[in-house]
Write a protein that binds this ligand. Structure first.
Ligand code: NAG
Ligand code: NAG
Ligand code: NAG
Ligand code: NAG
Length: 307
């Protein structure tokens, strides 16, 4: 048996949101429900798959016959000895420094990728495996769980995937009286990565530009009733959270120095400070401003479990 030729492509193109490798070998798609046909030569076909987060495998017989398979489209591929029947599948392979030893490697993993058709983020769990008996590769995946809108960003939390979005009031530059509404849809900040997302959004609206007023947004986090007026309640544990996938001990609430403080009926907000740093602060739930009266609360950070 001749050794299988393997080609390892590591994707570092800026448009690619998922780092991956293509395992290149020979095979014939056996069971599949759909594929995309493109008139591309093999190298372009491989590159096209690498750049499409939704693509899990490609096949071609002869140049100009590129068949792209997205997650869910393909079930099995049989090994082929036909040198013209080229087949490649994509794996995330966390160990990018290690070249897989052969073409029978598989993995169980998940991706958060961008569906190029809708521009929305998608979460998919999948398993790729090789069956020695039937000499075929098996592809299984959960149906894609789609972000409700392109402005949402998905985060994979320990308790399940969650989409975060930032809702500003329509007339947020005119009004500053956005009290805490007891929606269940407010999101907490599970990880520093989620905090970073809020920072990026704030930056995209120039909130760190010193010629702008100071703004803030509500998050999930309401002072527990037994902690109102009770100075023995300290830190994050004085607050309760409606957010269903927030960890028991979230690490993303990066508080301003000395915060949270006070024993009032407070809720939590992400805010820009007067020195244009940012952090989490506590503010009176029934006020549209931070307690130092400097920042205006103009919206909320919402979270949605995937549909
Ligand atoms: C794949 O190729 C098709 C046809 O040439 C092109 O329209 C599409 O943008 C390509 N996709 C990627 C991700 O490069
Ligand atoms: C990466 O390599 C480490 C150490 O060899 C191993 O424990 C781990 O399972 C590998 N991860 C993947 C995704 O292959
Ligand atoms: C990408 O989005 C399109 C349009 O919303 C949808 O038809 C397609 O199934 C999606 N593909 C995946 C793999 O999620
Ligand atoms: C800050 O905002 C002002 C007024 O809109 C603008 O002229 C300036 O370029 C901004 N500065 C930066 C660093 O974006």
């Amino acid at each position: 048996m001749s050794p299988h030729t393997l080609l390892l492509l590591v994707a570092f193109h800026v448009n690619i949101s998922v780092n991956s490798v293509m395992i290149v070998t020979r095979g014939t798609p056996d069971v599949f429900v759909n594929s995309i046909s493109l008139e591309l030569i093999w190298e372009e076909c491989l590159a096209n798959c690498t750049q499409n987060d939704m693509c899990v495998a490609v096949h071609t017989i002869g140049d100009g016959n590129c068949q792209i398979f997205e997650f869910g489209d393909l079930q099995t591929v049989k090994r082929s000895n036909d040198i013209e029947s080229k087949f490649a599948y994509k794996m995330k392979n966390g160990n990018l420094s290690t070249c897989p030893a052969d073409d029978t490697v598989g993995e169980t993993n998940s991706i958060i990728g961008i569906n190029g058709t809708s521009g929305r983020e998608v979460y998919i769990e999948y398993t790729i495996s090789f069956d020695q008996t039937s000499q075929s590769w098996n592809f299984q995946s959960t149906s894609p769980r789609l972000c409700p809108h392109a402005r949402y960003k998905m985060f994979k939390r320990a308790l399940g995937p969650m989409f975060l979005a930032w809702h500003k009031l329509l007339l947020w530059k005119l009004y500053c009286n956005f009290i805490y509404l007891y929606y269940d849809a407010y999101s907490g900040i599970d990880t520093p990565e989620e905090f970073e997302f809020l920072k990026e959004r704030a930056d995209s609206w120039n909130w760190f530009n010193s010629s702008y007023p100071l703004y803030a947004v509500w998050l999930s986090g309401v002072k527990k009733p037994e902690c109102v007026g009770n100075p023995s309640c300290q830190g994050l544990s004085a607050f309760s959270f409606a957010d269903p996938t927030l960890s028991a001990h979230p690490t993303g609430f990066l508080f301003n120095p000395g915060k949270p403080d006070g024993t009032g009926e407070d809720c939590l907000a992400f805010r820009v400070n007067s020195d244009r740093t940012c952090g989490i602060d506590n503010a009176q739930c029934d006020q549209g401003r931070t307690s130092d009266n400097s920042a205006c609360i103009t919206g909320q950070v919402c979270g949605l479990p995937p549909s």
